[in-house]
Design a protein. Structure first.
Length: 717
């Protein structure tokens, strides 16, 4: 804050300052709001509260007639205030002194600031834009008179003035503009439909033909009828630039998302003034057909537009938009339905609705259903349109076109009616390596699979991929049976169908595949792993009976079953040769982790208590609060790990406390027996070491045992 001036001009202000004391500027402001004060008081207040420069910024914001000019004069002349011209990264130049004064509408203050060099070029430009937006022609003239303005800045200011409908501001800007700027302004005003501005510019000498008849084209693009009439009266040529104005008038209504009314009035006006409907290869007719303006199309063709121009592109656009009446009009006036290899028929087949009616119209006028590899048929089938597909097939569309791709699409949709229709008309079910059969099997559609097999599809194609897909996605026994009867090999992809069936738990399908020659131990017994992981007991037994190896891959099947807590499967695998101590007893750890007492019991019955990881299993049981598991493991003399003892020492609530008490009781009993309650640890070799801690009397409690972490126990001697 600036220093308080040494002499204050007002006795009232001096009294207020003395009374406000330590309250400073805030207290002073409140005091002044409660008293009547003069301009001198206001000046003193501004100086004290904000300093000279800040006082100037606030003085220019006062309403006209509130003494703003007097305050600014005093601040600039007597107190050395300097106008703010700094650029603010957040607000730009919006808070500079000159811009603030312009926004407040102080013409005299703006002139005063300009006399004191209050603005750089950027500040002047910002102030001019504020004046233009506010419609202050006097301020605009004042700012324009202070420097030479580049054309681009004047053009931008004119554009804003034209959009604001302020004729006086436009006049002020035109007084300082050259011919190129005025011509640009005429094009802008024409495109915005600002009739008065256009008249002002034309009266000021700007030719209507400026920029190669750009104003007329801009007005036609916006359908600004009054402006178009004025420009044509002043000499603009409707046929200029190959009748571009006519093209723009129609193209505007055909633009994506356009909500314009029919351009009929604009088109009629331009045609009356010499525009050529056939210009640019009847492009206006193409745009009219795109949006279905039938009356406009009729008018254009009456004035020479050719329906067959651009290879009947107008008909293609009408078909793409689903405009049947427009398509009929074009066909009656010479459009060729088979042009561009019957592209119009393809577009009609892609319509979201009314495909059959449009396709029938085009076929009646010569469109070829077999053109483009019967692409129209493929489009109809892709959309599931049975009626249109039947119509195209009746008109010689080739069902086997593009290697029976339409048949693949029909099978992918599961449309049995279309599949049979295409097969009846020559589609080959074995094309593309019987891909149609693969797609039907993936969907699990019995009827389509049966129809394709009856039509000659090869079930063994692509290494019996169809059988793999049905086992992977649906597991339907009926389809698998059909495929095997049709020649599919159960050993395809290395017996992959069996693996996929076991993942889904489809026992009947697995039995069918095994009877068909699938190897139960394929992919290193992957099927057995999947069956065990999902807990399918009967399926696991079936695979083992058919030759799967329970001990394969380090008895991984047992580990997977133990991890999921499938006790019956674990028991079966152990009986069939799986190692309960595999991976140093990892199965016991996983079973304890999931809290499966039955699985843990099975493993303990087969000697898992002696495995290296038994201590970890007890640790997981303690951590999970499984009281039954902890009791079972302790009964089999599984020794707690240091981490387990740490968990016990923390105790807890509920089951945690019960588990801790159980472990403490077991340790106490072991100590009473002579130090048998050792701590399970791991040496650097990973092998488990253990032993009693304490002397022959078995002393030492839980807390003392926890300190032995990472070291071998001291056995009693």
């Amino acid at each position: 804050m600036a220093q308080r001036p040494p002499e204050l001009p007002s006795a009232l202000t001096q009294r207020i300052l003395a009374q406000s004391g330590a309250r400073g500027a805030t207290g002073l402001t409140k005091e002044l709001q409660l008293r009547r004060w003069t301009l001198e008081d206001k000046l003193s207040w501004l100086l004290v509260a904000h300093g000279a420069n800040g006082a100037l910024d606030r003085a220019v914001r006062h309403k006209p007639g509130a003494g703003a000019l007097h305050l600014c004069q005093r601040l600039l002349a007597d107190h050395g205030a300097r106008p703010n011209t700094a650029y603010d990264r957040q607000h730009g130049h919006a808070r500079t002194t000159l811009v603030l004064a312009t926004r407040a509408g102080h013409a005299a203050v703006v002139e005063l600031l300009l006399d004191h060099a209050a603005g750089t070029n950027d500040v002047l430009r910002s102030a001019l834009h504020v004046a233009v937006t506010a419609g202050r022609a006097d301020l605009a003239r004042l700012l324009l008179s202070r420097r030479a303005w580049p054309d681009y800045e004047l053009s931008y200011a004119l554009m804003r003035a034209i959009e604001g409908w302020d004729l006086e501001v436009v006049r002020a800007l035109l007084e300082h503009s050259n011919d190129p700027v005025r011509e640009s302004a005429l094009a802008t005003a024409s495109s915005r439909g600002r009739l008065e501005v256009v008249r002002l510019l034309l009266d000021g000498g700007v030719p209507a033909t400026a920029r190669n008849h750009g104003p007329l084209i801009s007005a036609a693009h916006s359908h600004a009828m009054p402006v178009m009439r004025l420009l044509l009266e002043r000499g603009a040529q409707a046929a200029a630039r190959d009748s571009q104005a006519l093209v723009e008038a129609v193209a505007r209504s055909a633009a994506p998302g356009a909500a314009w009314a029919s351009p009929m009035e604009a088109v009629r006006l331009l045609l009356q003034h010499g525009a050529q409907a056939s210009a640019q290869h009847s492009r206006a007719l193409v745009d009219a057909a795109k949006v279905g303006h039938r009356d406009v199309a009729e008018l254009l063709m009456q004035h020479g537009a050719q329906a067959a121009a651009r290879s009947s592109q107008a008909l293609v656009e009408a078909a793409k938009g689903g405009h049947r009446a427009m398509a009929l009009l074009l066909l009656q006036n010479g459009a060729q339905a088979d042009a561009q290899q019957s592209l119009a028929l393809v577009e009609a087949s892609r319509l979201p609705c009314d495909r059959q009616e449009m396709a029938a119209l085009l076929l009646q006028h010569g469109a070829q259903a077999a053109a483009r590899g019967s692409q129209a048929l493929l489009e109809a089938v892709t959309r599931g349109d049975e009626q249109t597909a039947a119509l195209l097939l009746q008109h010689q569309a080739e069902a086997a076109g593009q290697e029976s791709l339409a048949l693949v699409e029909a099978a992918k949709q599961g449309n049995a009616t279309l599949v049979r229709l295409l097969l009846q008309h020559g589609a080959c079910a074995s094309d593309r390596q019987s891909q149609a059969l693969v797609e039907a099997a993936r969907r699990g559609d019995d009827d389509v699979v049966q129809a394709l097999l009856d039509g000659g599809a090869d079930a063994s194609a692509q290494d019996s991929l169809a059988l793999v897909e049905v086992c992977r996605h649906s597991g339907k026994l009926q389809i698998a049976t059909l495929l095997l009867e049709g020649g599919a090999q159960a050993t395809g992809y290395g017996s992959q169908p069996l693996v996929e069936a076991c993942k889904r738990g489809e026992e009947q399908v697995a039995l069918l595949l095994l009877d068909g020659g699938a190897a139960a131990g394929a992919y290193d017994n992957e099927a057995l792993m999947d069956a065990a992981r999902k807990g399918h007991l009967s399926l696991t037994r079936l695979l083992l009976d058919r030759g799967a190896d329970a001990s394969a891959r380090g008895s991984k099947a047992l580990l997977q079953a133990a991890k999921a807590g499938h006790a019956d499967v674990v028991r079966l695998l152990v009986e069939r040769g799986a190692d309960p101590l595999a991976e140093r007893g990892l199965g016991l750890v996983w079973a304890a982790n999931c809290g499966s007492e039955q699985t843990v019991a099975v493993l303990l019955q087969h000697g898992a208590a002696a495995c290296d990881e038994a201590g970890r299993a007890l640790e997981r049981a303690v951590q999970g609060g499984h009281v039954g598991l902890v009791r079972m493991l302790l009964q089999h003399d599984v020794k707690p790990t240091p981490h387990c003892l740490e968990l016990v020492s923390k105790g807890g609530k509920g089951k945690g406390r019960e588990v801790a008490d159980l472990v403490r009781q077991h340790l106490a009993q072991q100590q009473q027996r002579g130090g048998g309650g050792g701590v399970a640890t791991r040496g650097s070799s990973g092998k488990r070491k253990g032993g009693g801690e304490g002397g022959g009397g078995g002393g030492g409690g839980v807390a003392k045992k926890a300190k032995a972490s990472g070291k071998g126990g001291k056995g009693s001697r």
